[in-house]
Design a protein around this ligand. Structure first.
Ligand code: NAP
Length: 303
């Protein structure tokens, strides 16, 4: 029987990905939404989160699609009300607040899932398996997209806690930390801040192990979400955010890309045993990039 779930923060990603993934799954029934203005046709809509928690004891799971800064407060209240919680990426505005949520969830005996949708991209497990026994010579991340296309009118991305280009960049870091067979740490970070922004719009990062990354939110036209890894046994490239894999020039059949359906499959498994999945390693690199960052001022930018 399908489990009732409430979706909170009905904006771009909820509409684009969460609603279709839930509606396409036999595991889930979208039983309510909570949003100040967003709604989903045919689904009971609340504007007050506490009211939904009080009214709907029959909804054991909430999925939080809000931006990172307001998300902690909602997650804390959901856990206190005995609900299992799914967090969009990046899982919080700070590392410490997500550690707090993980402890609260463990104490309450509920599941907390800090999702990383790009890790579910079809090529990622194949890349991880192929790289597992290789000697890594170098790797490069190219993550360049158009912020106006993916975050239309979303001023929060340039406000404190919005993380700027690391909002999408954390997707690349979630793949990097999944597929590389060795641990790396940052040694250099150059961050480009628009003169009118609290968060960077571009970044050039250097890690140990010959790993580098070029992140930019000003790319119009075709978008670039690629990770290339050079090894002692040839080169591997993940394209299209992990959805397409090429090894030594040959395309590998990795099957269809179903990132968000796979996240909801995983959540269905976690709640069966009240287990949690909270891996903060991608966010460690975001925090380190901001800690180590050399600040370069660039032209003001307007969404
Ligand atoms: P969004 O559309 O700006 O925000 C989602 C919804 O959250 C808004 O429509 C708003 O709904 C609610 N909200 C915003 N600020 C709030 C606040 N301060 N307090 C309470 N509710 C608030 O953002 P999004 O693009 O969906 O992104 C949300 C999360 O998904 C982010 O963490 C992002 O990294 C992740 N994500 C986004 C994309 C993408 O392509 N945009 C892709 C993958 C993941 P109401 O006004 O109706 O309350």
């Amino acid at each position: 029987m399908a489990t009732n779930i409430a979706l909170v923060g009905i904006g771009k990603i909820a509409v684009d990905q969460h609603v279709p993934a839930i509606n396409g799954s036999d595991d889930w029934h979208l039983a309510a939404t909570v949003s100040r203005s967003g709604t989903v046709e045919g689904v009971q809509a609340y504007t007050d989160f506490d009211q939904m928690l009080a009214d709907r004891a029959d909804i054991p799971v909430v999925s939080l699609c809000l931006p990172p800064v307001p998300r902690f407060d909602y997650a804390q209240r959901a856990i206190a009300a005995g609900r299992h919680v799914m967090l969009e990426k990046p899982p919080g505005a700070t590392l410490a607040e997500v550690h707090t949520l993980a402890e609260l969830a463990a104490d309450a005996g509920v599941s907390l899932f800090a999702t990383w949708h790009s890790r579910m991209a079809a090529g990622v497990p194949h890349a991880k398996a192929w790289l597992a026994d290789k000697d890594i010579k170098a790797a490069h991340i190219t993550w360049k997209e158009d912020v106006r296309r993916w975050h239309p009118g979303q001023d929060w991305v340039f406000a404190p806690g919005g993380m700027g280009v690391f909002d999408p960049g954390s997707n690349a870091l979630s793949i990097m930390t999944e597929i590389l067979p060795m641990r790396v740490h940052l040694t250099k970070s150059v961050l480009e801040f628009p003169a009118n922004s609290d968060t960077p719009i571009a970044a050039q990062l250097t890690w140990t192990g010959g790993v580098t990354g070029d992140f930019d939110w000003r790319q119009e036209g075709p978008q670039s979400w690629d990770i290339t890894v050079q090894t002692d046994a040839g080169d591997l490239t993940l394209h299209d955010g992990g959805g397409r894999l090429v090894i030594d020039g040959s395309a590998v059949d990795v099957g269809p890309n179903r990132e968000y359906p796979a996240l909801y499959d995983r959540m269905a498994g976690l709640i069966k045993t009240n287990a949690s999945d909270v891996d903060l390693s991608p966010m460690h690199h975001v925090a380190d990039a901001l800690t180590l960052g050399q600040r370069v001022m660039v032209d003001p930018f307007h969404l």
